[in-house]
Design a protein around this ligand. Sequence first.
Ligand code: SF4
Ligand code: SF4
Length: 178
Amino acid sequence: MIKVKRDARSLKDNLYIIEVLKGLAITFRHMFSNLLNLRKMPVIDYPNQEKGIPKGYRGKHRLTKRENGEPKCVACMMCATACPANCIHIEANESPDPTVEKYPARFDIDLLECVFCGMCVEACPVDAIRMDSGIYSIVDFNRSDFVVTKEQLLATEPQDTKKQKLDIKDPRNPWNRL
Ligand code: SF4
Ligand code: SF4
């Protein structure tokens, strides 16, 4: 066994007072420099101001539509099969449109179980489900309200980047620091 000889600690080391003061000096230096230069602080006035969403961000799901307004989804169950959280529930029905075999009579996603992995989007063969809504703040009061229905998914619009309240190039935008 090898014994490693350690340097003896002085009284100053044992008190830690110098290190505590050094730490406090750094904290106060940052606090006062931020207070005197508020515009450079990487904070946003949420929820009055929202940060821009990076391209490819996986937000709340939406179902895409055909030109006639009907869902593109053909109820093939590929997304529900690929979903690792088992949170997509689909009930298939025969489509009244002779050119389409099936449509989803029910299509629910339980957002409390969803892990936002994007596997459903990858698995879909007809680009019927996307996560490009730009909605990242999902809040409600009841657990049941987090189950989004087919109608809600169809009504969700894609993110309009022109409507972003905070420019992605804004120096206050924390995404610019990534
Ligand atoms: S994002 Fe992932 S966890 Fe959520 S519904 Fe899609 S496949 Fe399931
Ligand atoms: S969303 Fe796509 S993968 Fe899921 S059931 Fe509909 S067509 Fe199939």
